[in-house]
Design a protein around this ligand. Structure first.
Ligand code: SF4
Ligand code: SF4
Length: 91
């Protein structure tokens, strides 16, 4: 099987991991449209038939709602929920 180029971005604040399988992304824009917190946007890439692929622009805004993964028709975006960092108790 051919290797698939992945982009993996992890939210520093929440630890959510967002993986985009670049070769599988067909540039349909669904993930950008369904993301409620503007984590994703389309990036121009001339070698694709749609001319764009999805990229992560604000990983810390991800709330791990899973909508992008559930609605991507090509299974090209994956979300792994991270552990929330516990806030230090005020002394
Ligand atoms: S929904 Fe899937 S195929 Fe469509 S742009 Fe997003 S990652 Fe790419
Ligand atoms: S899991 Fe939700 S908040 Fe995170 S990138 Fe996907 S649609 Fe956006």
């Amino acid at each position: 099987m051919k290797d698939v180029t992945e982009t993996v971005v992890v939210s520093e604040e929440k630890g959510h991991k967002i993986t985009i399988l670049e070769e599988w992304c067909k540039g349909c824009t669904i993930c950008v449209e369904v993301c409620p917190t503007d984590v994703l946007k389309m990036k121009p890439i001339g070698t694709r038939w749609q001319g764009t692929i999805a990229v992560v622009v604000d990983a810390d805004a991800c709330i791990a709602c899973m909508q992008c993964e559930l609605q991507c028709p090509d299974f090209s975006i994956l979300i792994e929920k991270g552990e929330k960092k516990k806030k230090k108790a005020a002394v």
